[in-house]
Design a protein around this ligand. Sequence first.
Ligand code: CP
Length: 309
Amino acid sequence: MNLVGRSVLDIPQLSRDEILFLLDNARKVKSAFKKGSGPLAPLGVKSAALLFFEPSTRTRTSFEMACFRLGLRVLNLAPAESSQSKGETIFDTARNIEALSPDVMIIRHQGSGVPEQVAKIVKCPVINAGDGFHAHPTQALLDAFTIAEDFGGKFEGLRVLIVGDIAHSRVARSNIHCLRTLGARITVCGPRTLIPPFPEELGVEATDKLDQALPEHDVIMLLRMQIERQNSFQVPSLREYTTRFGIDEERMSKMKAKSILMHPGPVNRGTEVTSSVLRDPRSRVLTQVENGVAMRTTLLASVLGVGVV
Ligand code: CP
């Protein structure tokens, strides 16, 4: 599998075999972590530049932890303290960071397509850490890894229900591509205003009947309600959304005993999910965060051409 030197901007760029290779290696990397291995590769001479122009807790810290695990030096750009505040464009910023010779750039940006545009003008590989409404490929890979752990790596016929703001979710888009490539069957669920108008074009089924759908699916993947967008009136109110699409203990009791509940974070407690549901043994919310380190370590090692397992 040759990911060496390649940018990772969106899931459709990866073949099924490449995704399976990453899942298999993430499993081995996680196992090495559990055994207490130190830096998996002595990459102290190499460096990763993290350019996060949008807030992040999980993605940023897990990429940093992955760099630490690989012995990579991290160059962290703090946009608020950078010359972006003086009007420098993202593309000039990227060109200037490139002049410092990082071996890889990891970019999150509120503009859909920005990492792809940067990848066209810099020589080092670029990893998309989430761009606008477009894509979040490393989230989809770590989610697939988390599902693989519970279902023995078998995706064929697995039924995944993605609940929430599908229309504006980069997590949903990347997960749909990734899980369909692996053979899962996807249903999206939410208010009609938050479901793409032609779900069949994405290869998914759609429903707004959460209570009927819950017992029929193996994986329930909740999306964050983008509360900062609510002044655009895409749902009548968050309270109404929670009544119809929030997961509480009663709804959790409708899930199969062996199904799992996922959420990419950040969680809006009391909106998408209650606190008690997060404590349920079927919740994988923190496992997803843990698995993000193994998957991002695997991906960085693959792009930088070092074996870690
Ligand atoms: N899942 C995710 O992308 O979370 P952050 O925004 O905290 O990185």
